[in-house]
Design a protein around this ligand. Structure first.
Ligand code: 13P
Length: 351
C-alpha cells in the first residue's frame, strides 16, 4: 500500500481548518504502514514559526490547534518536496504565481485538490483554478467545495462538502483524506460545476451583504439567493454546456455554500459594512475594508465579480445575468447599493 505524503499550500483560515481535518486523519498512520504519512506539511510564509511553536495560526485561525503532526515550512518548494497529495488553498489571486514557483518542483504522479473559491480571466477566457493547476503542473486536480465556514469546521460543527473529480481514484483518495464524523464528503463527477459554484457564490454574497447593509430582511435576501443560484447555474452551463450538471446546484457546493456564505461569510460581512459606509455619506473602499475586517485574508467577491463581468461583457451576456451585472455596477460605484434588488430592470431575457 502506498503511503501518501500530504502538503497544504496556504495558511489562511480555510487552509488551517482543512489541515486540521487532514491531520486528524493521518495522525499515527505512518507507524502502521497505512495509507497516509503521519506528518502534514503546511506552507505558511509568515506564520511558520508561530505555527511550529504554538500548534496554531495565531493570525488567521487563533485558538484552534492544528494537530501535533502538522509542520509548517516557510518555502512552498519545501512544502511540496516529495509530497504525493497537494492541497491548494491560497486566494485565487495568488494561484498562478504559486504554480509558477512550483514548476518542475512537484513529484511526478502527485495528485492535487483545490479548495480555492475563485477564478482567473485570461485573454483566452476564464480559467478555473483546477485547470490552472492541471495545465501548469501537469497533474490531476480535484476540487473540494461546500458550505464550509472555516471557523465552524474548526469547531467540528457538522458540515457537508463535495469533491468534484474527473479521476475517480483521485477523488476517492481525497475523500478519505478529508472525511471526518463532522465533515461529510460526497463525490461528484462534475469538477467544473462544483468549482464554478464556489467561485460564483462570492458575487451573490456581496448582494446578500448589501441587503443586510440596507437593513432589509429575509424575503429580500432570499430573492438575491434565488436569483443568484439561477445565474450561477446559467453562467456555469453557458460556459461549459455539456459538462456542468443540473444536480450540482442542489449539492453542498451549490445551494449549500450559497446559503452559508450569504448568512455568515466574509464577503457578505464586508459588503454589509461597505453599504453602511456608502449610505452614511462616508464611503470606504473595498481594499480599506478588506484590510480592516479580514486581517490579512483576501476578499474574493469583488475581484471575482470584475473577472466574471469581463466574460459577460466580452460575450454580450450582461442582459442574461442581471443580478451579477447589477452587483458589479454597484461594486464599482456606477449604481447605488439600494439598486441591488432592481436586477430585473432592463432585462426580460430568460436565463
Ligand atoms: P466567505 O469567503 O465569504 O467567507 O465564504 C466562505 C465560504 O466559502 C463558506 O463555504
Amino acid at each position: 500500500l502506498s503511503c501518501y505524503k500530504v502538503a497544504v499550500i496556504g495558511s489562511g483560515a480555510w487552509a488551517c481548518a482543512a489541515t486540521r481535518m487532514i491531520a486528524q486523519n493521518t495522525v499515527g498512520q505512518g507507524e502502521t504502514a497505512s495509507e497516509f504519512a503521519d506528518e502534514v506539511r503546511i506552507w505558511a510564509r509568515s506564520q511558520h514559526e508561530a505555527i511550529n511553536e504554538t500548534g496554531e495560526n495565531p493570525v488567521h485561525f487563533p485558538g484552534i490547534s492544528l494537530g501535533p503532526n502538522v509542520r509548517a515550512v516557510a518555502s512552498v518548494e519545501e512544502a511540496v518536496a516529495d509530497a504525493d497529495l497537494l492541497v491548494f488553498c491560497v486566494p485565487h489571486q495568488y494561484v498562478q504565481r504559486v504554480c509558477k514557483q512550483l514548476l518542475g518542483k512537484v513529484k511526478p504522479g502527485a495528485k492535487a485538490i483545490s479548495l480555492t473559491k475563485g477564478m482567473r480571466v485570461t485573454r483566452e477566457g476564464p480559467q478555473l483554478i483546477s485547470q490552472m493547476v492541471r495545465r501548469s503542473l501537469g497533474i490531476d486536480c480535484c476540487v473540494l467545495m461546500g458550505a464550509n465556514i472555516a471557523e465552524d469546521v474548526g469547531a467540528e460543527q457538522v458540515s457537508e462538502a463535495v469533491i468534484g473529480y474527473s479521476d475517480l481514484e483521485s477523488g476517492e483518495v481525497f475523500a478519505k483524506l478529508f472525511e471526518r464524523p463532522y465533515f461529510r464528503v460526497s463525490l461528484l463527477p462534475d469538477p467544473m460545476g462544483a468549482e464554478l459554484c464556489g467561485t460564483l457564490k462570492n458575487i451573490v454574497a456581496l448582494g446578500a451583504g448589501m441587503v443586510d447593509g440596507l437593513d432589509l430582511g429575509p424575503n429580500s435576501k432570499a430573492a438575491i439567493i434565488r436569483q443568484g443560484l439561477k445565474e450561477m447555474r446559467g453562467f456555469a452551463q453557458a460556459l461549459f454546456p455539456s459538462a456542468v450538471r443540473d444536480d450540482t446546484f442542489l449539492e453542498s457546493c451549490g445551494v449549500g455554500d450559497l446559503v452559508a456564505t450569504c448568512i455568515g461569510g466574509r464577503n457578505r460581512r464586508v459588503a454589509e459594512e461597505w453599504t453602511r459606509a456608502a449610505l452614511s455619506g462616508s464611503p470606504r473602499s473595498w481594499s480599506d475594508l478588506e484590510t480592516d475586517l479580514l486581517k490579512g485574508q483576501k476578499l474574493q467577491g469583488v475581484s471575482t465579480s470584475n473577472e466574471v463581468q469581463e466574460v459577460l461583457a466580452a460575450r454580450n451576456w450582461e442582459q442574461r445575468f442581471p443580478l451579477f451585472t447589477t452587483i458589479n455596477r454597484i461594486v464599482n460605484g456606477h449604481l447605488p447599493p439600494s439598486s441591488v434588488l432592481d436586477y430585473k430592470e432592463g432585462s426580460r431575457a430568460p436565463l
